[in-house]
Design a protein around this ligand. Structure first.
Ligand code: SAM
Length: 193
């Protein structure tokens, strides 16, 4: 990234911190949003291995963890570049979960995972960094591992990274709708070929 992109990236991170501090993202805990998290957990059950390790990139304050209380997993790592969201996630003391403040564009996982998730986070990664982030994540996905991606509405400029990625096979792809016409998500499940 050139210095201008770096500056904008730094400003975006500051904005996320401020918004988490003000409670702007508590809206993700609503029942309308729940359908998205529950679809993701459904994909874990359907396509994931038993008792998986999970990496959630752009995990926010850990809303997914709220929605997987009865799902068996052996380890969960949540990564977000907002230190405030990570502080809030850590304060929840979710069992078997660790939360790390790190920027996805440079984050190096310390282990491989059975499930990697981009839950409403991939589109925030600058375009010039998306291919490298994909390479790094796919390199840390176990054989038979599952990649799950959720993107609000159409996801212009994002789905090609998954649908046209020769290393991935699509297992499922659904549109999760809500009572509000303009609020919907597309969620894909992928496996390494
Ligand atoms: C819409 S929120 C979704 C949070 C969470 N995945 C959920 O669905 O509850 C997007 C999250 O992506 C994080 N994010 C954006 N760019 C990031 C980056 N480069 N590295 C890590 N996290 C990032 C933001 O801080 C924010 O928490």
């Amino acid at each position: 990234m050139n210095w201008l992109d770096k500056f904008h990236h730094w400003r975006r991170r500051r904005r996320w911190n401020k918004q988490y501090r003000k409670g702007r993202w508590k809206s993700l805990q609503s029942e309308r949003e729940a359908t998205r998290y529950l679809q993701i957990v459904d994909f874990f059950r359907k396509y994931g291995k038993y008792n998986p390790s999970i990496l959630d990139i752009g995990c926010g304050d850990g809303v997914l963890n709220r929605r997987m209380t009865d799902f068996e997993f052996h380890h969960f790592t949540g990564v977000d570049f907002s230190s405030e969201s990570i502080r809030q996630a850590q304060a929840m003391d979710y069992p078997k979960a660790e939360f790390v403040t790190a920027d996805a564009i440079e984050y190096q996982p310390e282990q491989s995972y059975d499930i990697i998730i981009f839950n409403e986070a991939f589109y925030y990664i600058p375009d010039s960094k998306k291919p490298a982030v994909m390479d790094r994540m796919l390199a840390h996905l176990n054989p038979d591992g599952l990649l799950i991606v959720s993107i609000f509405r159409e996801g212009v400029g994002c789905w090609e990274y998954f649908k046209e990625e020769p290393r991935l096979a699509e297992l499922d792809f659904v549109t999760v709708t809500t009572d509000k016409e303009t609020t919907y998500w597309k969620i894909g499940a992928y496996r390494l070929k």
